[in-house]
Design a protein around this ligand. Sequence first.
Ligand code: PLP
Length: 386
Amino acid sequence: MDVVYFDNNATTKVSEEVFSEMKPYFSELYGNPSSIHTFGGEVSHKVQEARQRIADLLGCEASEILFTGCGTESDNMAIDGVLASQAKRRKIITSRVEHPAVLQVCRELEKHGCHLVEIGVDRKGRLDMEQLEEELDEETAIVSIMYANNETGVIFPVERIAELTRKVGAVFHTDGVQAVGKIPLNLRESKIDLLSLSGHKLHAAKGVGVLYIRKGTRLKPFILGGHQEGGRRAGTENVAGIIGLGKAAELAKEKMEDENARVRGLRDKLEKAILGSCPDSWVNGDVENRLGNTSNISFEYIEGEAILLMLDKYGICASSGSACASGSLEPSHVLRAMGIPFTAAHGSIRFSLSRYNTEQEVDFTIEKLPGIVKKLRELSPFVGKK
Ligand code: PLP
């Protein structure tokens, strides 16, 4: 069965170009980049080239790029590392709609004496900027607000938040895992101090991430051991993963403008057709200000999981809530923070597209989904009971 993959916010396909650039580093070019000999030195040179390619995508210096094992590690390192690098400030400000990679580390630090503030969002998933401004003070060590939300695609005003954060002398971190490769960045012109990204969200492999660390930002090393990554993150590098991520960054930069416009067009077509053919359905999140690849739609009276299972029969992959939260019947913490009613949060589906999706796939889904929704509603005990 052909797969129609609309779950790109969960993970993406490794592109052919990325894979072929990675391959030699599993076989003939297996040297350790830390070795003195020429064989290892060549690998080290390729790792540096990848660092430069990622810096070019982010608009920063290669020396500000730190390789990690995933987006989660980058988030953990940023928040933990800032708190551990100084003893005076103990306040952490984040939002209620962050990925667990941020929320869990903040909540753990709260158990160890930090003062945690989770800023709320409105019904459209927009951050309460008034609350944020009220909370920012001289006690604040770090503000961590995501660039774009993984479930709704809503984009946050991170540049403005970075400016406000700097005014109180705190560090600003953004989880850019869903934004990098979809939103053009120029960190040289920005006040963002730390930014996390993850390889597998932009057509590179799983098991590699990056933490951008603005020069001069104080951050305690997260993994201790050897001298890799300038002593800031020990452990022999995931060489093939890093080289692949470098290529993925180069491709993202090259293709971003054209492909984003095409993907947005496909997403809009899909969304419009679904809303037009399925009564009692609507889009969650600020439709004016979200990622062009994401559509989070609520279908009243029915379970998102039931829709997913029926889509799956046709090979259509989507997600209900975030992939990390699926497996439990708890509605997503993001939709709950937005105040989406329980019944609608339960019936929400996230479609997330990539440059590998086609118009035929969109048409196929438009053809199948209305029938699925109709059938499930006929079986639903909730229809007409509201
Ligand atoms: N942050 C966001 C916004 C994400 O969407 C994800 C993954 O879904 C992560 C962090 C975690 O990234 P990784 O899977 O590389 O650990």
